[in-house]
Design a protein around this ligand. Structure first.
Ligand code: G3P
Length: 339
């Protein structure tokens, strides 16, 4: 009897996994609803997740039942490298996570999001419109089956959240700082003087409390949205990297969609991107005041010293296209001149 029950359970798991892999569950019974899971690290209260909820609503309404997006926030489904692997495997899946995870397939994505490149969101948006970046999007689509729907879901420049005020790279010595699982982040934090510890963001709250890490680096949106101010009270304004998410979908899934469904998806994610940007710009200032009310201190840093310390990061990627850094600087010059 026990054996029979076990066999039944195994079969149930296999059938569930098969449905998950196909992503073609049909809750309406009509057989025509394409269910797509959106996986993201952002928690429900963070602006990116709030804007994604609007995307879900829009797509589900506009498609009249042919598409059903389901949002899974807080990293409850695979995120980061694991999330991207789902896309490459062809799952019915959209990942909203760091541009650096595209860099695992086309390393040049890390070059366009390197340390201290941009001084405004607009400069970065200018970069994502260049032929240089459009070529990367074509390459990753053709070679890895990843279709990039957007590179522009920003959530602020990233700085240091610790319990020790940081002014210079010397102040970072001995500090274990969590970074996303990415060479770009590891090399950057190392160059800035800290000990990078890679782990998924959802694990960081407990990791600080357990003393595994001394802090994290991230934006004001992250700081307030994930309530990390309860653990660490010093925010040191290194602004070393731009917090920005890519929206990626599998080409295998894309090929299964009708023209109309593709348009609905693209338009909804564009609406979401605009909403995320507008609300982020508004919230950044408000969150500074709210964080101060929670006892957070904001510290200016020696920006020149950090800029100098991080410069060697650009020489640590033999896998980048030769000359890419100079091409990026030239594009940036044109972008700045036009703004
Ligand atoms: O909720 C996490 C998000 O705000 C930042 O994640 O991995 O880019 O540091 P990450």
């Amino acid at each position: 009897m026990k054996k029979l029950l076990l066999q039944f359970l195994v079969l149930a798991v296999i059938l569930t996994q098969a449905a998950f892999a196909n992503g073609q569950t049909d809750e309406s019974g009509s057989g025509s609803t394409k269910v797509i899971k959106i996986s993201t690290k952002f928690v429900d209260d963070e602006q990116t997740a709030i804007s994604l909820k609007k995307v879900v609503k829009e797509v589900n309404e506009k498609s009249g039942g042919s598409l059903e997006l389901q949002l899974f926030a807080s990293g409850v489904l695979p995120i980061g490298k694991d999330g991207m692997e789902q896309i490459v495997a062809g799952s019915d899946w959209i990942l909203v996570d760091g541009v650096n995870f595209l860099g695992d397939y086309v390393p040049d994505y890390n070059a366009i999001t390197g340390p201290f490149l941009y001084s405004s969101f607009d400069e970065y948006f200018g970069m994502t419109q260049t032929d240089l970046v459009k070529e990367m999007n074509q390459k990753i689509e053709a070679e890895s089956g990843i279709k990039v729907l957007s590179l522009d879901w920003v959530f602020g420049f990233r700085s240091m959240m610790t319990n020790k005020p940081i002014k210079t790279p010397g102040d970072m010595e001995g500090l274990n700082i969590r970074v996303p699982t990415s060479q770009l982040y590891t090399f950057t934090l190392e160059a800035m003087g800290g000990n990078p510890v890679a782990m998924p963001y959802p694990d960081t709250y407990a990791a600080i409390q357990q003393g595994v890490i001394d802090g994290v680096e991230g934006s004001i949106m992250t700081y307030y949205g994930t309530q990390q101010y309860e653990n660490v009270k010093e925010y040191s304004l290194t602004n070393h990297l731009l917090g920005v998410s890519a929206v990626s979908i599998s080409t295998k899934l894309w090929d299964k969609l009708t023209e109309e469904e593709r348009t609905i998806l693209v338009d909804a994610f564009e609406m979401g991107r605009e909403d995320n940007l507008k609300e982020t710009l508004k919230a950044e200032g408000e969150f500074v005041d709210l964080l101060k009310a929670e006892g957070v201190n904001f510290n200016e840093v020696d920006s020149d010293a950090f800029l100098k310390a991080a410069a060697p990061v650009y020489t640590r990627f033999p896998q980048w296209t030769p000359g890419i850094y100079n091409r990026i600087l030239a594009e940036l010059k044109t972008i700045k001149a036009a703004q």
